[in-house]
Design a protein around this ligand. Structure first.
Ligand code: SF4
Ligand code: SF4
Length: 158
């Protein structure tokens, strides 16, 4: 997302609208502690993705820049942020609400959202198989990269 804050991008009603999405009613409890971002495994490898920053952008009213941002689709839905939030803000529900809004407003097509969901499902499946393969290795020294390459080829042949 563009770092510059433009007045015409600000929508003061955006936060109330997000808070009306299912499960998002605790949005305004956020006090910007950053625990969600510190707990997020995606933020660790994707520095442009930050749950606490997304909440601030909602509170600032950055409706269009946020709803059209690829960041919305980076969340892997592991729920760590929701479990660790001291204010029970439930970021996982908030990201889901933002995704629904982006689809409703035509900023991403339902077909593309479906593809992103399918891709996420494949990644989860790959992760599950990688863990099982490593745990099942009798020698306890499989090369994770090689194992991953083999698993990708196996999944290709499904
Ligand atoms: S952990 Fe909760 S209160 Fe803290 S920044 Fe994240 S959402 Fe806000
Ligand atoms: S649910 Fe999404 S935002 Fe929350 S910790 Fe997991 S990947 Fe990060």
């Amino acid at each position: 997302m563009d770092d510059k804050l433009r007045l015409q991008d600000l929508d003061p009603l955006f936060k109330e609208e997000v808070a009306r999405e299912p499960g998002c009613q605790h949005l305004l409890r956020c006090f910007s502690c950053g625990v969600c971002t510190a707990a997020c495994p995606v933020s660790e490898i994707e520095p442009d993705f930050s749950p606490s920053l997304i909440i601030r952008q909602i509170l600032y009213g950055l409706r269009r820049p946020l709803l059209s941002s690829p960041a919305l689709w980076h969340c892997a839905r592991c729920a760590r942020c929701s479990f660790q939030c001291p204010q029970d803000v439930r970021f996982l529900d908030i990201i889901q609400g933002l995704r629904h809004m982006a689809i409703r407003e035509g900023l991403v097509s339902a077909a593309r959202a479906e593809l992103l969901e399918q891709g996420e499902g494949l990644i989860q499946e790959l992760r599950r198989r990688l863990i099982n393969r490593i745990l099942a290795d009798p020698a306890e020294n499989p090369d994770p990269q090689e194992t991953l390459s083999r698993l990708i080829k196996e999944m290709d042949n499904l």
